[in-house]
Design a protein around this ligand. Structure first.
Ligand SMILES: [Zn+2]
Length: 178
């Protein structure tokens, strides 16, 4: 599939999904002013102060929908969750300097930010399939990630979680043998 939106929006969609984690304080990074602004700065999202609250509530809404994808079995079901965020968008096409075709919303306001993030998540589903987007197996970690490995067998979000899971399994086996 052609990358017709900048790949950074796929990364932002996943990063947004992981702004909620019941095991880390603060649980919701978007609800705290400072961490919300840090999230925007990290992803070079520019927003006027007067629009911050609207952007926050819209990002929370799309984030909660992206997080639902993690447990879904069907691509169409996952896509249907996200389509409402882009349904009313008027899109424009551009040929970029590197001769890539790119599409973007025909507006510059905060709606455009939300629509591009939604499109980033949609692009992930279309490109990899929802069965490649899942939660880390090393509970209590709830990190959502997209398995882009060739083998399609990634079950942990990171090496750290894989190690933690391995040590826990080892300890359990030892206790069983006592
Ligand atoms: Zn993890």
């Amino acid at each position: 599939m052609l990358n017709i939106i900048p790949t950074k929006y796929q990364a932002i969609a996943l990063s947004l999904a992981n702004t909620y984690d019941p095991c880390v304080l603060p649980i919701d990074l978007l609800k705290e002013d400072q961490t919300f602004k840090e999230f925007l700065a990290t992803h070079t999202i520019v927003c006027l102060d007067k629009d911050l609250q609207i952007l926050r509530s819209q990002l929370i809404s799309i984030r909660d929908n992206i997080r639902k994808i993690g447990g879904m079995k069907s691509d169409n079901q996952a896509l249907a969750t996200l389509y409402p965020f882009i349904a009313k968008t008027k899109w424009v096409m551009n040929i970029e300097q590197d001769e890539q075709l790119q599409i973007s919303p025909d507006s510059q306001d905060i709606e455009a930010i939300v629509q591009m993030v939604a499109l980033g998540a949609i692009n992930l589903i279309v490109k990899y399939g929802v069965n490649r987007i899942h939660y880390c197996k090393a509970q209590p970690c709830e990190e959502l990630f997209c398995d882009v490995s060739k083998s399609a067998r990634q079950v942990f979000c990171s090496k750290r979680c894989a190690n933690r899971f391995g040590i826990a399994q080892y300890r359990n086996r030892k206790l069983d043998n006592c």
